[in-house]
Design a protein around this ligand. Structure first.
Ligand code: NAD
Ligand code: WQD
Length: 337
């Protein structure tokens, strides 16, 4: 079976390519390298000892995308490609609506034309909004999204559900990721953010390795055990393996199905700092700062549906997440550069 991954050169995509190749799938990657380095796929080849095909194109380029489907027999698509920085999306909303929604619609149009109607989509826990209490489950109503990035994820979910209603041949799996962190155990691939990281784990890693002076902890007066924000961190390799299960599920189901991919366990910012210091032996100096606008106190999943229906559950704990993040960061000081 041949799987096309859009955005397959990025953080989650590259780890998923490894797991797909290891599971015996043929893999094709479409990526415009807006937020990734081609070096990632060279390393995917090194890890797996297998080859994959890559196209340096933008998914909004309909003609180029059509050609990919015409040159290959593609059985299913995993759609990672998109822009993902929440803060940037507030400043550049049109970039997000164009790239994320425009990109998804173009991809779906080409898939429909070419008769490939199996899709796994990278959604996000952000679609639950701020009113649903954790643990979050797939039955809960979608919440209000507070930024354009989140709005694109909620809108694409809606588009995919409407598509499945309009045409029963479609099989779509919506994966709502919680907070992916860590890296492949080889230390060859990992998260390589542009500039100063926005997310907690890459920030902690860069402080630990001496690239940044200290972590700002955004608020210690939340209603959580130590006052700092609680999130459901998930090892990126576990997340990647969830996609392999989702692709297999999509192969013999119809309609749209939603799954949380999380561990079900929340950790606070200070617990993450302590776990990282323990795993790395490095110090992570921090200072308590005001809350970051739009942040919630506590967000974690109920992962039971993925376990019961997909037969998937997270295997790695916080120790492995921190160990592998450190292994990647300390061996690749400047990421892929
Ligand atoms: P990433 O930025 O590392 O990967 C996205 C990839 O898509 C990049 O390689 C980028 O170059 C490519 N891309 C972007 N626009 C494109 C376009 N128009 N045409 C072709 N390629 C394009 O991000 P990631 O962390 O690997 O996330 C993958 C997906 O998962 C995204 O859709 C993201 O919104 C979603 N997601 C990520 C997280 C997270 O915390 N990392 C959480 C929930 C959901
Ligand atoms: C985690 C915790 C912060 C940085 C975001 C997106 C979400 C999803 C994943 C894609 C929070 C605290 C962080 C720092 C800190 N992406 N923090 N100092 O906000 O849960 O989710 O990324 O879909 O949509 O919103 O992740 O890693 O930014 O923050 O104290 O320098 O760490 O306040 O409690 P978040 P995060």
């Amino acid at each position: 079976m041949t799987i096309l991954t859009t955005g397959g050169c990025g953080y989650i995509g590259s780890h998923t390519c490894v797991e797909l190749l290891n599971a015996g799938y043929d893999v094709i990657v479409v990526d415009n390298h807006d937020n990734s380095s081609p070096e990632a796929l060279r390393r995917v080849r090194k890890i797996t000892g297998k080859d994959l095909k890559e196209y340096d194109i933008d998914i909004r380029d309909k003609e180029a995308l059509r050609k990919v489907f015409q040159e290959n027999k593609i059985d299913a698509v995993i759609h990672f490609a998109g822009s993902k920085a929440v803060g940037e999306s507030v400043k550049l909303p049109l970039k997000y609506y164009d790239n994320n929604i425009g990109g998804a619609v173009t991809l779906l149009e080409v898939m429909a034309e070419e008769g490939c109607k199996r899709l796994v989509f990278s959604s996000s826990a952000t679609v639950y909004g701020d009113l649903n209490p954790s643990p979050l489950n797939e039955e809960m109503p979608l919440g209000d999204t507070t930024n354009p990035y989140g709005a694109t994820k909620a809108m694409i979910e809606r588009i995919l559900k409407d598509l499945c209603i309009s045409d029963p041949d479609w099989s779509v799996v919506l994966l709502r990721y919680f907070n992916p962190i860590g890296a492949h155990a080889s230390g060859l691939i990992g998260e390589d953010p542009n500039g100063i990281p926005n997310n907690l784990m890459p920030y902690i890693s860069q402080v630990a390795v001496g690239k940044l002076p200290q972590l700002s902890v955004f608020g210690n007066d939340y209603d959580t055990p130590d006052g700092t924000g609680v999130r459901d961190y998930i090892h990126v390799v576990d997340l990647a393996r969830g996609h392999v299960k989702a692709v297999a599920y999509a192969a013999d189901h119809q309609g749209a199905e939603i799954f949380n991919l999380g561990t079900g366990r929340g950790y606070s910012v200070l617990e993450m700092v302590a776990a990282f210091e323990k795993a790395s032996g490095a110090k992570v100096p921090y200072a308590i700062k005001p809350r970051r606008e739009g942040d919630l106190a506590s967000v974690f999943s109920n992962p039971a549906k993925a376990r019961d229906v997909l037969g998937w559950q997270a295997e790695f704990g916080i120790e492995e997440m921190c160990r592998d993040a450190w292994n990647w960061q300390s061996h690749n000081l400047n990421g892929y550069k």
